[in-house]
Design a protein around this ligand. Sequence first.
Ligand SMILES: *Cc1c(COP(=O)(O)O)cnc(C)c1O
Length: 384
Amino acid sequence: MIPYGRQDIQQSDIDAVVEVLTSDFLTQGPQVPAFESAIIGKTGAKHAIAVNSATSALHIACLALGLGPGDWLWTSPMTFAASSNCGLYCGAQVDFVDIDPDTFNLDPKALEAKLEQAEKDGRLPKVVVPVAMCGQSADLRAIRVLADRFGFGIVEDASHAIGAHYQSNPVGCGEYADISVFSFHPVKIVTTAEGGAAVTNDSSLAQKMQLLRSHGITRDTDLMQGPSDGPWYYQQIDLGFNYRMTEMQAALGTSQMHRLEEYVSKRAEIASYYGDALSHLPLKLPKLAEGTASSWHLYVIQVEDPTSRRDVFEALRAEGLGVNLHYIPVYRHPYYSALGYRPEDYPCAEDYYARAISIPLYPQMGDQSRSEVVAALERVLKGA
Ligand SMILES: *Cc1c(COP(=O)(O)O)cnc(C)c1O
């Protein structure tokens, strides 16, 4: 089976992890700050907070922006459920904004219309979470204009998109988003096994997220209430969590980050190969909006005839392709549909969901696997 994605682990990664295992620190040592510096180096953000998953990063990002009961978080329905679960963790309510059918990202025009209505109803969101679907940045400049007009914070879910660019800047640079979040799960661009990070240019948001990832505890006397009792002293000043990343994970991440550009350029090369090799088939292929350079986390094809999708998907699996589907719209999951969302409110997400198939794409994919993917698609679609 050719998987849809897989990690790349080299000897240098193994050496970096083994070295940490025999060092003084397995957690809370020098590796996490070094990994955070690597993230800062690649994104240009001022602050990076590494945590044990992107899910945790989304949670503390929302808390840092003050999201709580009585507030609304809006996101794209075409994402992994973590992008909206973070709102529910904070006790907020969640709503969805339909996608742009070309980029599969939260559509700023749909957002504007929904905001104008919400303003009349007195239900404006406190936080909006655009997702960089498949590795392509959402139109953050347009979303920033709306954020300034309607007063919400932007938490960019860039789980797919470390190494991608938007308007010549690295995703995560903080020009438009208040906070951007990355995932380092093994299927993503670089991995720490489990892991994530939040980046921001705002030092007070960074400080809040640092506190929240480790119990809300500080040893910084400037943050304490009252004087310190002595050199052993620390205070819990907020209700935080244990969302820390281990030293082994951080060392793996730093080692992987040396190959970030290489990974992204290999992914882009495979995407461009698919773009040419599949153009004669009855498929809609992914498009990049002007000014975006995707990290190509996913390559999603869409069948022309949605009634054929299930057969095409099953035939591709039978051909040995580990095809997948990203994503089931979040509002369709039973946990969410019980909250009252209606699929007909999201026609573009529904249409996408009826046609989409993610085909294999990962940097170590050789010429042979790529042509096998194309040949299998040719056989299946000509038979369809
Ligand atoms: C993978 C992913 C997440 C969650 O990442 P974890 O690190 O597994 O918590 C969140 N959002 C999106 C869009 C993802 O793809």
